[in-house]
Ligand binder design. Structure first.
Ligand SMILES: [Zn+2]
Length: 109
């Protein structure tokens, strides 16, 4: 379940964590294992661009944001709205539980 990333500066929510793609379903019905190709968000690990993705509708709007790969770290992880870094002075990203599940969000749009 992805978490919403809340900007320390403007309080806006434009990115979410990429956890959604972080699991692989085993064909034999043995459940799910972490996808080793995905760099998942962990609160205690240094954040990189690969841990986040731009949410809808901002993706459809064509908003310009940092590349979602591991080369982007620290203060380069900028809010696409106000330009504040997603990491604070302690290196922490503010994540909050998503308020709506995907189906409800689509229905509300
Ligand atoms: Zn912001």
């Amino acid at each position: 379940m992805p978490l919403d990333v809340q900007c320390w500066g403007c309080g806006g929510i434009f990115h979410e964590t990429n956890d959604e793609d972080g699991w692989i379903k085993l064909d034999d019905g043995g459940g799910e294992i972490p996808n080793p190709r995905v760099k998942r968000f962990f609160p205690d690990k240094p954040a990189t661009g690969s841990m986040f993705k731009l949410k809808e509708p901002y993706t459809s709007y064509g908003w310009d944001t940092f590349p979602h790969d591991e080369s982007v770290t620290g203060e380069a992880l900028e809010c696409p709205s106000c330009g504040a870094p997603y990491v604070n002075a302690s290196g922490k990203v503010q994540v909050v539980r998503q308020r709506l599940i995907r189906g409800e969000r689509q229905a509300a749009a």
